[in-house]
Design a binder for this molecule. Structure first.
Ligand SMILES: [Fe+2]
Length: 186
């Protein structure tokens, strides 16, 4: 189940937990974040190639491209056998921003985003079928877990826009990692 948790910046005190998909989308819309659930227009095999996957989600991908001016879309996947999984995980666990939208649609697996738009922190557990946008310049970090298993569609306006600009803050250390988050809230 997708999940939204609203935390204080201190990481202390129990967060507000929101489980309903519509309520999650409404709360995230208040901070300019798009949260949607997509269904594939047709089935595809687990090992399907990028073109097949993008075709299966062709309608919503095209809708977002038109609405936000995305020029391209691709499919990335990170699995537990990825040789650089520890480095990849550690890198995006540090709070950062991008000068462009970061948009992810989860074809398979799950991942945990933390968004830090003001003095609150929004934890968003994304699972298969979830689309999440991180607006430009919003501080955030991402945890794919120690044994990552995710396949995502990414949408881009420019390739340069997705360069991570690290804030240098250690705030992410005060918040539960994916494994603990799943145990505590899911
Ligand atoms: Fe990011």
């Amino acid at each position: 189940m997708s999940l939204l948790t609203l935390h204080y910046e201190t990481g202390k005190a129990a967060p507000e937990v929101i489980r309903d998909g519509t309520a999650i989308a409404e709360r995230l819309a208040e901070i300019g974040v798009l949260f949607e659930r997509w269904e594939a227009s047709c089935g595809f095999e687990p090992g399907a190639d990028q073109e097949t996957i993008l075709a299966a989600y062709g309608e919503p991908v095209e809708r977002l491209k038109k609405k936000y001016g995305f020029e391209s879309a691709d499919v990335i996947s990170v699995e537990a056998i990825h040789p650089q999984k520890d480095e990849l995980r550690a890198r995006f666990l540090n709070e950062h921003t991008h000068s462009d939208f970061e948009v992810r649609f989860f074809i398979e697996g799950c991942g945990l985003f933390y968004l830090h738009p003001g003095d609150k922190v929004y934890g968003i557990l994304c699972e298969q079928g979830d689309l999440l946008s991180v607006p430009a310049n919003v501080r955030h970090w991402f945890d794919m877990g120690a044994e990552p298993c995710l396949k995502c569609i990414r949408l881009f306006t420019t390739p340069e826009g997705w360069v991570a600009d690290f804030t240098g803050s250690d705030i992410s250390q005060r918040f539960p990692k994916l494994e603990e988050y799943l145990k505590t809230f899911a």
